[in-house]
Each structure stands twice: as C-alpha cells, then as structure tokens.
Design a protein around this ligand. Structure first.
Ligand SMILES: [Zn+2]
Length: 75
C-alpha cells in the first residue's frame, strides 16, 4: 500500500465524535477498540487503540486496519 492517504490522514480513525489520531500518546494505554458500536472486522476482532498506537508509525498493517474501519464507518 502506497501513500494513498497523506501523512496527516495516516493514523486517523473516524468515530462519531470526529477523528482519533492514533499517533497520539494518550492512546498508548487506551485498551478500548476504536469504536464499540462499529461493526467492522477490526473493531469486532478487538484491536485496541493501544495496539494500533504501537504499530501505527511502524507497520503498514495499521494503515490497512484503519482503512477497513474507516471504510466500514462511512458506509
Ligand atoms: Zn471499526
């Protein structure tokens, strides 16, 4: 996956209250899923904000997971 999204968008998950920037340190110890009401496979599989925060700057997997969530959120 290339730079389909700008760096600013990378690491952002869409939620009802706006966006979660999972790069932020406050999510380091946040063990909730992105959005409890979300039915996407990422949230349902129990990927936590803490986990995503850990991998978001290192692995494209994070981008992939966030894309799944964001696409599901928007439909
Ligand atoms: Zn989701």
């Amino acid at each position: 996956m290339n730079n389909l999204f700008s760096l600013k968008r990378f690491g952002c998950a869409l939620v009802d209250s706006g966006q979660l920037n999972l790069n932020k340190q406050i999510y380091e110890k946040d063990h909730r899923v992105i959005d409890e009401k979300c039915i996407c496979s990422v949230c349902q599989s129990g990927y936590t904000r803490s986990y995503l925060n850990t991998i978001v700057s290192k692995e494209t997997t994070a981008c992939h997971l966030l894309t799944i969530h964001n696409v599901a959120y928007q439909v």
